[in-house]
Design a binder for this molecule. Structure first.
Ligand code: GTQ
Length: 353
């Protein structure tokens, strides 16, 4: 049966029960036995489907949006990646949001704060900044930038070209828990209170100030620059053979706790050597991938998708996932894995092992 009704329910007898169901509904009561199979499934049944957005197809829409609305009017000029299995819901997976934000020279995305945490992963452009809690960071392609829960943040572009980044947010998790608040800053930009580079100077080198106080579970480093992360994964790749399922995959961590850089999103950098093919792997953490470098093919369930630089694709929960790298490939990815780990529900398996 695929309607969620458990097999023990006798369909012929159901008709005789319907007067009872009607009366129970008037008391706001519903029979579990009609829905149990769909509520407590034998294995994950994601409502999301595998999908890819190729940058060459998407970019013209971003440019067109710039002619239609200013960042000031939009507050955030973002085109949301909507999973084809979840239309109209601003979801790329049931739990995660992803969007492309574009900001033009001279524009400022005004300061606000919200309970939802956001990551930025930079795709195109230079010399645009994000300011978080009074400190600015300039962003470059491949940089991973965090705006922690409830911190003031604004974005500005001081270059002569557009800047595009991926926004990854946990607002669907926050909203599931009915825990969302937001606040607009009175004024476009929050005042700058710390010199640029302060956070990285304090926490970016495996050292912390002796009296360092951390009031949050989010990493104090709010820009993990690509030049450092790329160098790190390259050096790691020289030390061992690639993992069968992941190639070389490293998690961005909070240096204060050793845990995930963000409390609700697991973020990772992955390198696949040229010619390398991974063995199929699946996990309960639906994952969004952004291609930084290289070309290849990703197989998600029965879908084989060719990808190149700046493309974005999504592997929903429990779909077997494997890669074939035509050239050396570097991927950024994020998922809700850390949430599942905290709840003791994360599972992964190696398919066909
Ligand atoms: O930059 O704060 O894509 O609040 C969606 C919601 C970006 C942001 C989004 C947001 C932001």
């Amino acid at each position: 049966m695929d309607d969620g009704m458990v097999e023990t329910v006798n369909r012929a007898a159901e008709a005789g029960r319907s007067p009872f169901y009607d009366r129970a509904r008037q008391q706001n009561l519903a029979p579990l036995w009609r829905v149990l199979g769909g509520l407590v499934t034998e294995f994950p049944r994601s409502t999301a489907v595998p999908a890819i957005w190729r940058y060459g197809d998407v970019r013209p829409y971003l440019i067109e949006a710039c002619g239609l609305i200013s960042t000031e009017e939009a507050e955030r000029r973002v085109l949301v990646f909507e999973n084809p299995g979840l239309p109209g819901q601003s979801r790329i997976t049931p739990s995660l949001f992803a969007g492309y934000q574009i900001i033009l020279p001279g524009e400022v995305a005004p300061a606000h704060r919200h309970v939802a945490s956001a990551l930025r992963f930079i795709i195109e452009g230079k010399d645009a900044y994000t300011a978080v809690a009074g400190e600015r960071t300039m962003m470059a392609p491949g940089d991973f930038v965090i705006t922690p829960s409830w911190t003031w943040h604004d974005h500005g572009n001081e270059s002569d070209g557009p800047m595009v980044w991926i926004d990854g947010l946990d607002m669907h998790i926050v909203n599931l828990l009915s825990a969302s608040f937001r606040d607009s800053y009175p004024g476009a930009a929050h005042p700058l209170t710390r010199p640029e580079g302060s956070a990285y100077a304090e926490a970016g080198s495996n050292l912390l100030p002796v009296d360092f106080q951390c009031g949050s579970q989010t990493s104090p480093i709010f820009n993990y620059p690509y030049r450092a992360s790329r160098e790190a994964i390259h050096r790691y790749s020289l030390t061992r053979d690639p993992d069968r399922h992941h190639g070389y995959k490293m998690i961005y961590i909070n240096p204060v706790t050793g845990g995930s850089a963000m409390p609700t999103l697991t973020t990772a950098l992955q390198l696949l050597p040229a010619g390398f093919a991974t063995a199929p792997y699946r996990s309960t953490a639906g994952t969004i991938f952004s291609v930084i470098e290289g070309m290849g093919t990703v197989t998600i369930g029965d879908n084989s998708l060719e990808f190149g630089p700046k493309d974005l694709f999504v592997a929903p929960s429990w779909f077997p996932l494997s890669f074939s790298a035509a050239s050396e490939v570097v991927l950024f990815s994020y998922s809700d894995r850390v949430v599942q780990e905290k709840l003791d529900i994360f599972r992964e398996s190696y398919v066909n092992d």
